[in-house]
Ligand binder design. Structure first.
Ligand code: SAH
Length: 256
């Protein structure tokens, strides 16, 4: 069967290095491999091939019809576990059990959206190993005080322990992407509920970073803070200087 033709609008950059494919799959912990695993965007199955050696509990979701027929033809053992569809539109509560892990060389055009969706399902996702554009990978693992620290870093780091695994150069893809890539692993931690109101927490994080160069006192103006809150020392800082627990503290002050 002939190869799948790469389609730009689907973010298709096929990995053409078997050792790197093996290393990405090697990023999944043995714990994750014991449960259900979902691969996003398998394409021609360069990761899938290695995953199948390590787990019998793999499902894949792929949006591209041409890749779907390639996969069905080359991986008959996957049978009914090849899902044709858009990961962003899927109901993840059906089909993979209550807890599962996610892996993939993600389509870079939607990599942030993939992680926001994972956040929506945080109580079901135990671990994620993903390759994405290095810049977004760095944002996710970034810590306070860094320019790359932002909304996704804070929101994910509340519920996940994050790790940067390694960098991948553009030349190992067909066609090569314009940017370097990074592989990260995030593992669900033991936080179930925040000490503060979660909705308000998210709102404060988003609002704070929307004007990241302003002090929080100015950035959070739309929230109509009381005079008492406005006098808090922490509001002299900028969002990028606050740790996850600083944001929790601030939320608690504002919600009272
Ligand atoms: N894993 C393969 C392909 C990576 S390219 C490899 O490493 O070579 C990204 C893949 O994600 C492509 O196959 C693309 O068709 C698929 N894709 C793009 N958008 C998607 C979506 N919304 N849902 C599921 N798969 C998607």
């Amino acid at each position: 069967m002939k190869f799948v033709k790469a389609k730009k609008h689907l973010g298709q950059h096929f990995l053409n290095d078997d050792q790197i494919a093996k290393d990405i799959v090697g990023g999944l912990s043995s714990n994750a491999l014991e449960g259900s695993v979902l691969e996003i965007g398998p394409g021609m199955g360069v990761l899938t091939k290695h995953l199948l050696k390590k787990t019998n509990n793999l499902s894949v979701v792929e949006i591209d019809t041409e890749s779907i027929s390639y996969l069905s033809h080359n991986f008959p053992e996957l049978e009914n576990r090849i899902i044709e569809g858009d990961f962003l539109k899927m109901n993840l509560k059906q089909g993979f059990g209550d807890q599962f892990s996610i892996i993939g060389n993600f389509p870079y055009n939607i990599s942030s959206q993939i992680f926001f969706k994972i956040l929506d399902y945080k109580d079901h996702v135990t671990e994620v190993v993903g390759m994405l554009q290095k810049e977004v990978a760095e944002r996710i693992v970034s810590s306070p005080g860094n320019k790359t620290y932002g909304i996704l870093s804070v929101l994910l780091q509340v519920y996940f322990d994050v790790e940067y695994l390694f960098t991948v150069e553009p030349e190992v893809f067909i066609p090569p992407p314009k940017v370097r890539s990074g592989v990260i692993r995030i593992k669900r931690n033991d936080v179930n509920v925040l000490k503060c109101d979660e909705k308000l927490f998210k709102q404060i994080v988003k609002q704070g970073f929307q004007n990241r160069r302003k002090t929080l006192r100015n950035a959070l103006k739309p929230l109509n803070l009381t005079d008492e809150v406005k006098s808090l020392e922490i509001l002299n800082k900028r969002a990028e200087q606050l740790s996850v627990s600083d944001f929790e503290y601030l939320t608690l002050q504002i919600q009272h």
